[in-house]
Design a protein around this ligand. Sequence first.
Ligand code: ADP
Length: 807
Amino acid sequence: MTQATFKNDSLETLPMVPLRDVVVFPHTMIPFVVGRRTSLLAVEHALSQNKKIFLSTQKDAKIDNPSADDINAIGTIANIIQSLKLPNGNIKLLVEGNFRGRVLELHEQEGCSFALVKVIERKTQVTPDLEKEMQKAVSLFEKYVKLSPNLPYETMISTIRVTEPGRLTDTISAHLQVGIEEKQRLLETFEPKDRLEAIVEILDNEIEKLRVDRKIHHRVKKQMEKAQKEYYLSEKMKAIQQELGRKDDRVNEVEELKQKIEEARMPKEAKEKALQELKRLEVMPPISAEATVSRNYLEWLLAVPWSKKSKENRDITRAEKILNEDHYGLEKIKERIVEFLAVRSLVKNPKGSILCLAGPPGVGKTSLAQSIAKATGRKFVRLSLGGVRDEAEIRGHRRTYIGAFPGQIIQLMKKAGARNPVFLLDEVDKMSMDFRGDPSAALLEVLDPEQNATFVDHYLDTEFDLSQVMFIATANVLHTVPPALKDRMEVLRLAGYTLSEKINIAQRFLIPKQLKTHGLDPDKITFEDLTVRDIIEKYTREAGVRNLEREVASICRKIARRVVKEGPGFTLSLPPAVLSDYLGVPKFRAKETEKKNEIGVAVGLAWTEIGGEILTIEATQMKGKGKLTLTGKLGDVMQESAHAALSYVRGRAQDLGVDEDFHRKFDIHIHIPEGAIPKDGPSAGITMTTALVSLLTRIPARGDVAMTGEITLRGKVLPIGGLKEKVLAAHRFGIRTIIIPRDNEKDLADVPPEVQSELDFKLVDTMDDVLKIALARQPAPATGKEEFQEKAIGQAPEEGSDRPMAH
Ligand code: ADP
């Protein structure tokens, strides 16, 4: 090596090459390529002289023609060891740094830069302190090399053999992988001691960085290894399965599922769920419980109709025709349904109202909904809500439950196979609620047009769009339907059928249907009209036609037996006289026998879940202190009406000829038989009062008069609900005189004309009006013979056949 050709602190003029991104230290060799014209000239100049050159790093590597200000004043005087001209004109140099030098002046000459350089003195002294510091630096450097991925170990070996501090620090500096600024700083630190300190600090920092790096690297590597391992194992498993001959099944299954997922046209979220599950399924052992759960889930995801839709028919005339073909009567209802469909066909995305068909069983609610489906070209599904008390039945169980399933909504959507079916929610009034959550809340969400486009079943766990579904609800009564639900619905009331309507329905629909079901020829087997009437009157007593259909079915079964016995030529036109051979003894007595006049008994009309009903209210008295007892299902609800009745009688005692002190001497017991629904309770007010007045006046109440109406304390009669149902019930029972509140007169328009024509409606305003009609004779006002009255009431029955009721 050509060392110490310079004296310390001497001045030299040398050709200068500016360096980009590299700092050359004394005592180190470094190769680089020179390409700039001025630099090439400088190199050539040096080569032609003593091969000495001054190298200084540019402050900014991007500058092509650096001026004096653009290069660092401190640089390195170096010897050119080797030079190689490259084909492109550049020169590749190998140089060895020698001394630090400070540029005092720069000047251009013959196209290249020359620097007047002051050579900087080298310090070679070694003190014990320095030695210690050197050792520290060496051991840190050792660590640094070990941690650093780019430094070869041999470098370190040669580096640390150096015993002179100045040289050691320069060699280490040259190997440090730090920025140019930092390296330049080390070059500009002349004192070996200062340089050592700086290096120790840098090494400390760098080692820490490398450690963190290595940690991260390690972690990443581990994760990658894990992924690789999984891949490897799953490949291996495939291979094993292939060896066992199962591979094809497995691959086929997965491929098949994948294809199905692609074809199912699911929304994005659902598709992602499905693919994710498929991935899990792929790595599960095929015959594990886990795989079954996973497969079930995928099958459900694939089975629900994400995008399938039935083609809707919006032809209103056709809808009207279908409704008429399927149902007899019900004109108003059918008209309303057609209107409803018309609105839906005009509005593109009809939101909001849901049809609710309310009425007793067997009046055709379900079959109307089926007709609507038929008329609009939609599929039909039915969810019976009777007894549903668990939210999960509507919304499903989470998949974490063993044996979990989607809720009924999704199950039925799958059954429908299209996303726009008619969805019948049967018996919304029978839904109940308990600790397992409120199903009506879930139902509300289903029915809410704002929410049902994003209905989430717990099992599917992804949104399903219900907004295209046409929901139709049915209910027997409305008072048990949660108010929020009721708000959503447009209620159509079906009250029940008259006798002639029932005969028509039976002849046109029920009998042909049952004959067909039982394989009977409608040309050979017929029912006479009078027979049908007898079935209705003697074997059924209902608002709808459900039992009627059942009785017809049971006759058909018996006829089928005869046809089989007697051969296919058998014909029959069923006359009324043989009915009991088919149906046994009539279940209901002839109506006339029930209509006796009795004391303390009044006939009311009630509204029940199965339509209108006759309600016989009985009152009796016994010695006591004026206690009022009410029994029967509606006892509690009737309390208020009963007290109103009592107050009315006391207020009118004089006029009615009743002992004014009766309430002090007797206990009164009123019994209301089962049947009516609680909400309809008060409408038995006038019936109860009539029974009471009849009891106290000993005047029988008429058994052939039925009544309904609320009563106020002063004896005014208030209107009631469900008039049509009640009137039909009275008619069914053969009652011909009906007392109704005058305010209900308008409701008579709903009563079929053929029923109206057979009835005598008495419109009343006050209780006095009622009594005039309902009692067998008029009470005489009191004449002062109360003593006798008391005896008569308390002990012996009155003359004649009418007797007080005994309980
Ligand atoms: P709901 O759902 O009100 O209990 P359904 O719809 O089940 O009653 O009716 C019972 C039976 O009576 C069905 O077979 C139905 O077709 C028939 N039905 C009811 N009303 C009519 C009607 N107006 N015309 C023809 N058939 C009817």
